[in-house]
Design a protein around this ligand. Structure first.
Ligand code: TPP
Ligand code: MG
Length: 572
């Protein structure tokens, strides 16, 4: 009888797929699984929970998947999402693709139906060739057919997720696998503990030298910090490098707080000036994708630029423009190598540093009075003015943020003070990450979470407020309720249906959380908003604040309205 098949009798000495997978996860330090139960993984979830792994059940797999993806970002270990076959798998797949695009380590483990029936397309329960579908959307995809391969299968998945450029990995677990039995001793021996899952990758000394020479020649240098830099957890080294150069730095959205936004070198409030006028740009874990206008065009001005780029992925170099000094390696090793090679470094060019500082101060001063307004109904700035102080007073809290205006204005207004405290829509500008991120942030860090959500954005994951209440998580959700997408003022020019971008006027989202025992507050003024959020952040009670925002306050697509295609016939 082959190993991995049922053998009646000697059950004392046997183990099975259920237990091997749990043992393999625990051996590799997995403490949390984000899942939605169902055939064929319900019992696995129960057993994992009984074994001491925290198994959190969501209301929709997409939210469980986003939770796993951001757990990966926050911890540098693969976040684990567990789904049922076909529809559950597909629901989780968006998050897996999102993790891959954002370079977050994540493993989507999905139950699947019987191979023999699936491959002959004979119509099994939830039949789908999941492995083939997952493959193009992730870094790696594996299927485990035999209990004795569970150890090696999980090891491969972990290593693929976290080594090199991190990303999403799919692990296919056919229903039959869970029940397969094998000798317990042999099973134990088959498990693999992954040693050094993300080995350091050192940059070539010549590449470091080239980079330093270019940086030294700069008249108008700039450092851009991407979320890769935040992920690296090389916070001290990065801070030392930035401060030793004295160069202005620009944090991308999720790199905010790596150094405080209030740091004297922070150029966040002078973004357009530094992008346009800089002559040498050091990119650390940031990519020249759409978020940085591909490194060319109007945003970057006419002044010739030289890019120095640190990235673990060699293919990233020259992806959009020529990279004068590619430094390929893991961020911690690359930053250490630059620091070691700097020696005594010349002071940053004073004229440039002062020009950036002046621009920053001018923009900050311009914004200040808007943040103090007490308008009712509130506009975004009035609401954000109070939330900004609340975050300043609680630098350890995690800020989750999604929406259009609700995203762009929050990013611009709310200063961050510590690394990895701001998590948002990421590379795709995706809606729906809100509640999944909030749950994982609370679970993984134990810190209070403030989620600032557009009313549309919230709708994508809103049902998970039940999950937040069920696990009693310290999450305060603030919904910027402007009656719709971008604005609540659109009208349908033909017929009685509401316009495509508007929702029910005066909706009371706060009442939703009351259904699950949470605290709901309707806030119509900055003062009410401040009181409600302060109370929530101090009590840690699941809270949802419906912040009533003037429906006319927002603009189309927030800050990226220019990306909308225009009809040539529009003005006819
Ligand atoms: C998954 C997904 N679907 C749709 C969109 C398109 N989209 C961009 S922003 C947005 C909602 C903006 O409205 P809201 O969240 O209320 O923010 P507001 O601008 O009104 O503050 C939508 C639907 C998206 N980015 N992602
Ligand atoms: Mg809205």
């Amino acid at each position: 009888m082959a190993e991995g098949t049922n053998k009646p009798g000697d059950t004392q000495d046997l183990t099975d797929g259920f237990h091997l997978l749990i043992d393999a996860l625990k051996l590799n330090g997995v403490t949390t699984i984000y899942n939605v139960p169902g055939i064929p993984i319900t019992d696995f979830g129960r057993m994992a929970q009984a074994s001491g792994i925290r198994v959190l059940s969501f209301r929709h797999e997409q939210n469980a998947g986003y939770a796993a993806s951001i757990a990966g970002f926050l911890t540098k270990k693969p976040g684990i999402c567990l789904t049922v076959s076909a529809p559950g798998f597909l629901n989780g797949l968006t998050a897996l693709a999102h993790a891959t695009t954002n370079c977050f380590p994540m493993i989507l483990m999905s139950g699947s139906s019987e191979r023999e029936i699936v491959d002959l397309q004979q119509g099994d329960y939830e039949e789908m060739d999941q492995l083939a579908i997952a493959k193009p959307l992730c870094k790696a995809a594996y299927r485990i057919l035999h209990a004795q391969d569970i150890g090696i299968g999980l090891a491969r998945a972990i290593r693929a997720a976290v080594s090199g450029r991190p990303g999403g990995v799919y692990l296919d677990l056919p229903a039959k696998l869970f029940g397969q039995v094998m000798n317990a001793e042999a099973g134990k021996k088959s498990l693999v503990k992954v040693i050094d899952p993300a080995p350091a990758q050192l940059p070539a000394p010549a590449a470091v030298k080239r980079a330093l020479e270019i940086l030294k020649s700069a008249k108008k240098p700039l450092i851009i910090l991407g979320k890769g830099a935040a992920y690296a957890q090389a916070d001290e080294a990065i801070k030392t490098l930035v401060e030793k150069t004295g160069y202005p730095f620009l944090p991308m959205s999720m790199a905010k707080g790596l150094l405080p936004d209030t740091h004297p070198q922070c150029a966040g409030a002078a973004r357009s000036t530094v992008l346009k006028d800089s002559d040498v740009v050091l990119m650390i874990g940031a990519r020249l994708n759409w978020l940085l206008s591909h490194g060319k065009g109007k945003t970057w001005g006419d002044a010739p630029k030289k890019f120095v780029q640190i990235d673990i992925e060699p293919k990233e170099m020259d992806s959009n423009v020529e990279i004068a000094a590619p430094v390929v390696g893991d961020i911690a090793s690359c930053v250490d190598a630059l620091l070691a090679g700097m020696g005594s470094w010349p002071a940053a060019p004073a004229e440039w540093v002062n020009a950036v500082k002046a621009k920053r101060e001018e923009n900050v001063a311009k914004m200040a009075p808007r943040l103090m307004n007490n308008n009712v109904p509130m506009d975004y700035h009035g609401a954000l003015g109070v939330l900004r102080t609340i975050v300043k007073e609680r630098p350890d809290a995690i800020l989750v943020n999604e929406g259009a205006n609700a995203l762009d204005l929050t990013r611009g207004v709310i200063d961050m003070y510590k690394p990895r405290k701001r998590i948002d829509v990421g590379t795709w500008g995706i809606m729906g990450i809100g509640m999944g991120y909030a749950i994982a942030a609370a679970v993984e860090t134990g810190k209070p979470v403030l989620a600032i959500e557009g009313d549309s954005a919230f709708g994508f994951s809103g049902m998970e407020i039940e999950t937040i209440c069920r696990y009693k998580l310290p999450v305060c959700v603030v919904i910027f309720n402007n009656d719709g997408i971008y604005r609540g003022t659109d009208v349908n020019k033909a017929g009685d249906d509401p316009a495509t971008t508007v929702f029910v006027k005066g909706a009371r989202y706060d009442k939703m959380i009351e259904a699950f025992g949470g605290v709901g507050v309707n806030a119509t003024s900055p003062d009410e908003l401040k009181r409600a959020v302060n109370a929530a952040m101090d009590s840690g009670k699941p809270t949802l604040v419906n912040a009533v925002i003037d429906p006319a306050a927002g603009s189309e697509s927030g800050r990226i309205g220019n990306l909308n295609p225009q009809s040539a016939l529009k003005k006819k």
